[in-house]
Design a binder for this molecule. Sequence first.
Ligand code: PMP
Length: 352
Amino acid sequence: MTWKDNLRDVEPYVSGEQPKLSNMIKLNTNENPYPPSPKVAEALKTIDSEKLRLYPNADAEDLRTALAAYYGLAENQIFIGNGSDEVLSLSFLTFFNSKKPVFMPDISYSFYPVYAELYKIPIRTIPVQTDFSLKKEDYFAENGGVIFPNPNAPTGILTGLDFIEDILRHNPDVIVLVDEAYIDFGGKTALPLLEKYENIVITRTFSKSRSLAGIRLGLAFGSPDAIARLYDVKNSFNSYTIDHVAQAVGLASLSDESYFQSTLAKIVKTRETFIKDLKNLDFEVLPSMTNFVFVKHAKLSGQTLFDALYAEKIIVRHWNHPRIKDWLRITIGTDEEMTKVIRFLENYLNGK
Ligand code: PMP
């Protein structure tokens, strides 16, 4: 026996590539193509570096107060973490302890099974329908919790609030976790359900719609009891909350609603044009309420298209999962970037 025999054996989450080359069109990890609000740049300039000597405000009080006002919630219904991946990880640790399997769709965010494995939480992955939608009855059997993104990732498909409410009604004794990483791009949030159900927890991120993937800011909304438990778990091993800089940046972003709405509108408009153009090139495109599209060509395989785009320095996302191996997920970039993608695809497909 050596120390190596005692190492934890975990299959890691493989994220999209983060290339160093600046001449690439990077459409593989759903970042926002626009910079964050100019108020963020101003806030960064006014940060007093002398203050960084001190630990940050552990409760992120100012940010929590601003978030409560923004979302119309009480402060004790809001948890703030270092990106929603951290919030999701703490949620697995906090909420999914019943030893019964946690239900989640297959296809879905591929990080969920990684957390489950890491924390030894049993799961049941439930195949999505042939049109990639979820079937609510699949989530009614006895379980240790339910988690799904809404809109789903990587499919982009939005699930309605009636559906979520039915799942909540059939699962009163477990937490139903709705990951709303992409909700700002046209989806209907489950936030109103917080008034009626104690067992719903909703996560959000500043990474996508607020163009702030480069700082780590994620949120959970839930009943005061659920949120208090998240803080208990966080403080057990990660006692200091988000850093001083991220708190200031988050506040600045929240204070600029008109900039936020204008970038959202631009991305949605680009998405709709891009979808039309792709359909003209014989792509099947799933309905998207996100800043990405999930697409499949009538004739060419996912790998062939991925490779062709990559050779052109256009990076998109492709999975080897058997059910989606012919699909690509393409993040919505600027109009200019998406026009380049379409021009390239036109030429490439014409040459086939
Ligand atoms: N949930 C989903 C569905 C995602 O696609 C992502 C981004 N990869 C996240 C959560 C995590 O985002 P972040 O940690 O940047 O907040």
